[in-house]
Design a protein around this ligand. Structure first.
Ligand code: GLU
Length: 475
């Protein structure tokens, strides 16, 4: 198995899913996985993306046995460092009549495309340089033309891709013109380098995105011309946005880094990506790494497109957050808390109050970055809107708040705050709803938020008094 990203951008959700399926397949079968960097597009490839891809995969919990960072016996693992390996194969293909030098200029090719389009024919290279003689080739060279190398496609040939997900997919070579395998700058194209590398690296299974399916017949022709064994192919379906269009920036975050920064847990994203196209045997959708590895098979990978369902990811993430211990969650939240304007107040909380704060948020967070908003009621002095002021001005509320201040103990821990809050409505002979909502509004200015005992404990009785005293001061 291998994952062979081009480092031309951050790791996309679709790429991460391809990497994951390779990883799961390898793990399930005790196979080995290679991380190869396909950087032959010199203009668009950048070292920073390479690192970002490695970081994103590592964050997700995907590991490989061979690759640019870990080395291995089949290296180098970056295509631009393998250029020397390719030369022998190019020469062999030319020598055996499977490839030839092409001197057509971009203008000539453009003109050919235009004419074909005008005639309503398939746009492909028509083979102008196929039969050039040695003399003609030399003459072109002397004119200063630098050739590309094209693969000679046999016409009217049926090419069958036996795909582990899609079954037999049949192509006809007439749709494919002689294609470039080495560009004029001497760099091999994707379709060529991928075959040589997969062969030289002893790759047995190629699991990749459906968008490469149309490349596969070209690759199969190269396999055949070089007499290589063909690996198994599995093309996994596209990921669509909720509007069933191809997932793009329009649909929100598309790169793994963006999910990481928003505070999605790697385990949740791993679980979510696995469910995108693959279905487990049972009904249970929250599955651990080991369980997914155990169950994974390509038989249960769907042919139809997977839809990216953000609600589901959010739900999964919240479940994974709930599963964390308070201590763990506290740790995980640190980087996000540091972005809050209340960070100073948070970091000076004693350990017990900090734990109570985290416990209060435990069930409320969808992703970790929500913490910035969720801690507002604890630390921001309340701002009251008209409706709130009206409620707080009611005689009944004012009396209740006065009684509350009288009864409020001077020392509070969570248990005490809970039992106090349970008993308080009775002691003022009011139903709970006439107590809890006004108190919440008085304390936070909001109608919703964390349970009151959490607020009391984290704020401490002094702050509670200050806030409620502030309301009463408005009388
Ligand atoms: N470099 C290709 C890409 O990123 C890899 C395709 C393949 O897996 O063969 O799309």
């Amino acid at each position: 198995m291998r994952f062979a990203p081009s480092p031309t951008g951050p790791l996309h959700i679709g790429g991460a899913r391809s990497a994951l399926f390779n990883y799961l397949y390898a793990q399930n079968r005790q196979g080995s996985m290679v991380l190869r960097i396909e950087d032959t597009d010199l203009e668009r490839s950048a070292a920073e993306y390479e690192q970002e891809i490695i970081d994103s995969l590592t964050w997700l919990g995907i590991r490989w046995q061979e690759g640019i960072d870990v080395g291995g016996g089949n290296g180098p693992y970056r295509q631009t460092e393998r250029l020397d390996n390719y030369n022998g194969y190019v020469e062999k293909l030319i020598r055996e009549g499977h490839a030839y030098h092409c001197f057509c200029t971009e203008e000539e090719l453009e003109e050919e495309r235009r004419l074909l389009m005008e005639k309503g024919q398939i746009v492909k290279y028509m083979g102008k340089c196929r039969e050039l003689s040695e003399v003609e080739r030399n003459a072109k060279r002397e004119q200063g033309l630098v050739p590309t190398v094209r693969f000679k496609v046999e016409q009217n040939k049926t090419i069958v891709v036996n795909d582990l997900v899609r079954g037999k997919v049949v192509f006809n070579s007439d749709e494919i013109g002689d294609f470039i395998i080495v560009k004029s700058d001497g760099i091999p194209t994707y379709n060529f380098a991928v075959v040589l590398d997969d062969h030289d690296m002893n790759i047995t299974h190629v699991i990749r995105a459906e968008e490469h399916l149309s490349n596969t017949p070209r690759q199969l022709m190269i396999y055949e011309a070089l007499g290589f064994d063909v690996p198994e192919f599995a093309h996994i379906s596209l990921i669509l946005g909720s509007d069933r269009q191809k997932m793009s920036k329009r649909h929100g975050a598309t790169s793994v880094v963006q999910y990481r920064e928003k505070g999605y847990l790697p385990e949740a994203v791993f679980n979510f990506l696995a469910l995108m196209g693959w279905s487990p045997e049972g009904e249970e959708e929250i599955l651990s790494h080991d369980e997914i590895v155990r169950q994974f098979s390509l038989d249960r990978v769907a042919k139809n497109p997977a839809v990216f369902d953000l609600d589901k990811l959010n739900w999964l993430n919240a479940q994974y957050i709930k599963k964390q211990s308070i201590d763990n969650l506290g740790e995980m939240l640190q980087v996000f808390l540091q972005k809050s304007p209340h960070w100073d107040a948070v970091r000076t909380l004693d350990d017990v109050s900090f734990s109570v704060l985290i416990e209060a948020l435990h069930d409320r967070l969808v992703c970790l970055s929500d913490v910035v908003e969720e801690i507002e009621p604890f630390f921001a002095f309340p701002v009251y809107d008209g409706e709130a002021l009206e409620m707080l001005a009611q005689e009944e509320t004012r009396q209740m708040l006065a009684a509350f201040l009288e009864h409020l103990p001077d020392q509070l821990d969570l248990d005490l705050a809970r039992s106090f809050m349970k008993g308080f409505p009775k002691s003022v002979q009011l139903p709970g709803k006439k107590v809890y909502m006004p108190l919440r509004i008085a304390l936070t200015g909001k109608r919703q938020g964390p349970e009151l005992p959490f607020l009391f404990t984290v704020m401490g009785p002094k702050e509670v008094r200050r806030r409620i005293g502030g309301v009463r001061g408005k009388e």
